[in-house]
Design a protein around this ligand. Structure first.
Ligand code: ADP
Ligand code: MG
Length: 334
């Protein structure tokens, strides 16, 4: 069946029947003119929204419907993670081409709810027709303890810089999806493609940093390390030194990039869409932080530190290396 045959209200009813829920602070869900949220005392409300547009952010061939639903939530959860927030409720707005199969939207919602894992309430959205491709906009509401959010402007010269995981996998996966890279080894290739289609948002790490009071400054890496570190530096009015030998990269990325004559570091620094957290820890808290990481069995990678002045310097064996400045993603500059 096509969306055109089911109709707007048919589709909304179908979604509400499967996913209607009110839980915790959400007191009114899908079905009224708006939803109601009764905020928890002592918490600030955190709101984020992100849009995915067919043929700009994804293709229907490269990203199966379930992965698209998963990713639409993941990129938003990653923004909450970067604030140190926990999710409460989600809204999904869709502009759908009339000839799209209903099954595609069903699978989209299944992928979305799989990642939601009962940890947020789908509380509403909007449904309209599109004369072009599919457009998906997700809004999340979350909460964080008053005054404890991890902000981009809270870094200070001397803070150590950490990333939460391997960089460049998503860019490698995209290169494979676009046939810019070849790889005979299906298992290795699919691990990179999975990083691109099903990135893992770092909600637990964001909460850990807030609850332990070990960091006050974070950003999620959506546009590439260079660009996102640039945001922290600009807003914190600092520079940074990053040791290229400490940038974490997966074996798969290193191998596949080499096979395709590309420097994996280029993908790690400029690729984007890894959705790892980049965050700072005050120099005097580094020992406490390292112990807390071990106790919590969380792995993070120290890549450098913030500096006075406003330049970002990359080093290898303690020597400065010249780099192409920020070629991360910009929608209007291509
Ligand atoms: P209105 O005309 O007041 O905007 P709608 O008919 O668009 O109301 O929506 C009815 C209800 O269904 C609302 O609670 C809305 O939030 C919810 N809703 C609409 N589209 C979606 C969607 N794609 N996913 C989840 N909930 C939706
Ligand atoms: Mg509406």
């Amino acid at each position: 069946m096509k969306i055109r045959d089911l109709g707007e209200f048919g589709l909304i009813n179908r979604i509400a029947e499967k996913y209607y829920s009110t839980e915790g602070p959400v007191t009114l869900g899908i079905g009224d003119d708006a939803s109601l949220l009764s905020p928890n005392v002592g918490m600030e409300i955190v709101t984020t929204t992100d849009m995915l547009v067919e043929d700009v952010h994804f293709t229907r061939v490269g990203t199966p419907a379930g992965d698209l639903g998963y990713k639409a939530l993941a990129v938003n959860l990653s923004d909450l993670a970067a604030m140190g927030a926990k999710p409460i409720q989600a809204f999904i707005s869709l502009a759908i081409p009339g000839d799209m199969k209903v099954e595609f939207i069903d699978l989209f919602y299944e992928g979305f709810m799989e990642l939601a894992n009962n940890e947020l309430v789908l509380s509403g959205g909007d449904t309209v027709s599109s004369t072009g491709g599919l457009i998906v906009s997700v809004t999340l509401i979350g909460e964080v303890e008053n005054g404890k959010a991890l902000k981009r402007d809270s870094g200070t010269a001397g803070d150590k810089l950490y990333v939460s995981g391997n960089l460049g996998n998503s860019a490698g996966g995209l290169a494979l999806l676009l046939d810019r890279f070849n790889c005979e080894d299906e298992l290795k290739a699919s691990s990179l493609v999975r990083s691109h289609n099903r990135p893992i948002p770092e909600i637990e790490l964001g909460r850990f940093l807030v609850e332990k009071g070990l960091s006050s400054c974070a950003i999620d890496i959506s546009d590439g390390l260079i660009q996102d570190l640039g945001h922290i530096c600009r807003m914190s009015m600092t520079g940074a030194t990053v040791d290229l030998e400490h940038i974490p990269m997966s074996r798969e990325l290193i191998e596949i990039a080499a096979l395709n004559g590309t420097d994996p570091l280029e993908l790690a620094l400029n690729g984007g869409e890894d959705y790892c957290l980049l965050f700072t820890v005050r120099a005097n808290l580094v020992d406490t932080f390292n112990k807390a990481l071990i106790n919590a069995r969380i792995r993070c990678f120290s890549i450098g530190y913030l500096t006075e002045g406003e330049v970002i310097v990359f080093t290898r064996s303690d020597r400065p290396v010249s780099m192409n400045p920020g070629k991360g993603h910009d929608h209007f500059r291509g």
